[in-house]
Design a protein around this ligand. Sequence first.
Ligand SMILES: [Zn+2]
Length: 221
Amino acid sequence: MTLNRIPAYIEVVTHGDDPPVTGSVTAVEADGVVGTAIRRGYRVEPTEHGVLVLRRPTARIVVELRPVCRPAPTRSQAQDLSLLAGHRSAHLRARPEGLLITAGIARIPPAAARRLLGRGWVGCLTVQDGEPVSVSVAGRVALALRQHRTRSTHPRGWHFAADNPHGPQVVGRDRHGGRLYDGSSRAVCSCGWSQFAERRPQAAHAARQHRLDSVIAALSP
Ligand SMILES: [Zn+2]
């Protein structure tokens, strides 16, 4: 039996004014830390770099989980993670060509399986034939960050009112030579979500918030 000791996160625990204690945790251990924190009512604050900050304000405990690998799965890794996320019974299988992952009739070949395990995106207690595997918190965060890539659109700025017969028309005294200023922007996400804002900084803020909310939603499937 080979225990899976692959680190998924560097864990930094700060208790009150004591100096922080740093260690590494596996994907399965991180799943336990996050699950317990959520059950105990900790606030979970993700960052856009996949760091998870777990806070319990009353007890002044802060647990910070910093991913060992950049949470940037490739397209095929994202497909594999999505496939596994939808399966309750994925397992490691020892085959002559190496250790692969099976999920129903689907299989993830050894090289790809090894990379998912190596990045901590898929967790398992031991690395052996028949061991159950599942998408870890680190994997869900990485997948959510990939599925929710956001941006804010460039405002139109100054333009001639006559260019847009449906837009607001110049009324009263025209001080800008028939031109209007449009500073509005739209927050858009690769998932299809979008939101209008009067100004670009607001759109950028809404876009960032949508991305982080998507990560939080992915933590409690
Ligand atoms: Zn989105």
